[in-house]
Design a protein around this ligand. Structure first.
Ligand code: EPU
Length: 334
């Protein structure tokens, strides 16, 4: 474990938001967690697990000790007739894991290419893109209860995955640290081309590499590169409304984008609602709505968490005034 004091967390969150941490502890292995919990000062202090900081809005100085998980390692755990089971340390970069599994000849993660963040953060928000959510490729994970050091494992059911949601945003919020994640990559491999944009780019005979390349190209065209422009990906969830309300949304915005769900409800494109309210490309202070995808809020340089949240609130108010729909913030706000 490595302990730093008086650290600006700007370099540790993809939004690039400043926040002063009294103590930042880098966790490299399981033994570091035991040492931390036994530490005379930090053991009992409140703890914030930072992960890759890719789905986070830091709006002030965090209380207690901030933990950066840097547990590395990736391996094929076993090969079953119906799947490759791959395990990775929580500190591995998710995009690297996707590329590596593909290079090894274990496809299945290609639709989730280039999603910023760490492996340990992926189950927290059940990352998803281009027709695949993590839960469809998830086997189990290992975690530590930060109150008493107890180790436990959770399978997919126990993680209570939902749309950008899991038990780690509710009952286990702030209380545990994910150390390792295991993925189940089904074999024989099958292309997942349900997402319209992807189907346009990839014929049904496409192999995993072609899908990977197409997903990378789509993301690079629509989403900011977190190394150059700070963001946390989509800032709001796509809202779900009862089908009876669709007509009134269409009356307000004939171009609204909607996806019927199996339960009869309708998911709307939040990006479209925000665009229809005139926000695309607009800024407020140093926060802005990304010009190529209105669902993404970006830090134009030097923005604070408060500025990001002020813009988010203004967007929520105009979408509510125009459509009567409350947009829910997707990243964790601290
Ligand atoms: N659209 C607009 N204007 C916009 C943005 C979108 O009209 O400014 C419409 C377009 O018709 C577009 C459609 O909405 O074709 C869908 O847009 P996109 O494919 O970009 O997907 P999304 O619904 O806006 C979701 C995820 C993304 C994920 C993409 C692709 C959420 C909150 N976001 O965005 O995930 O990459 O689908 O699967 O579900 C993330 O979670 O951080 C993220 C980037």
């Amino acid at each position: 474990m490595r302990i730093e004091t008086g650290v600006n967390l700007k370099a540790y969150n993809t939004f690039g938001l400043p926040a002063a941490a009294d103590t930042l502890v880098h966790i490299y292995n399981d033994g570091d967690i035991d040492d931390l919990l036994a530490h005379p000062v930090y053991g009992a202090a409140p703890k914030l697990v930072l992960g890759g900081g890719s789905n986070l809005v830091l709006s002030g100085a965090p209380q207690g000790v901030v933990l950066r998980v840097a547990i590395m390692g990736r391996r094929l755990l076993r090969e079953e007739p119906g799947a490759w089971i791959v395990e990775a340390g929580a500190g591995e970069e998710w995009p690297d894991l996707v590329a590596w599994t593909l290079d090894q000849g274990w496809p299945g993660l290609e639709n989730l290419a280039l999603i910023p963040g760490t492996v340990g953060a992926a189950p927290v928000q059940n990352i998803g893109a281009y027709g695949v959510e993590l839960q469809a490729r998830f086997e189990s994970l290992d975690a530590v209860d930060l109150r008493d050091g107890r180790r436990f494992s959770l399978n997919a059911g126990a993680c209570r995955f939902g749309y950008r949601d899991s038990i780690f945003k509710h009952q286990l919020a702030g209380g545990c640290l994910i150390t390792r994640v295991r993925l189940r990559l089904p074999r024989p491999w099958q292309a997942m081309l349900s997402y319209p944009d992807l189907r346009r780019e990839c014929p049904p005979s496409s192999d995993a590499r072609r899908i990977f390349d197409a997903v990378c190209a789509l993301r690079q065209a629509k989403l900011p590169d977190p190394k150059r422009l700070g963001s946390a990906g989509s800032f709001f969830k796509n809202p779900v409304i009862h089908r009876d309300r669709l007509e009134s949304v269409k009356a307000t915005d004939p171009g609204c984008v909607c996806y019927p769900l199996p339960d009869g409800n309708v998911k709307l494109s939040a990006g479209r609602l925000i665009e229809a309210c005139g926000w695309k490309g607009k800024s407020m202070g140093r926060a802005a709505v990304y010009a190529k995808q209105a669902l993404v809020i970006v830090n134009q340089g030097g923005a604070t968490g408060q500025e990001i949240l002020a813009l988010a609130t203004a967007i929520q108010e105009s979408v509510y005034d125009r459509f009567g729909i409350r947009l829910e913030i997707e990243p964790v706000v601290l």
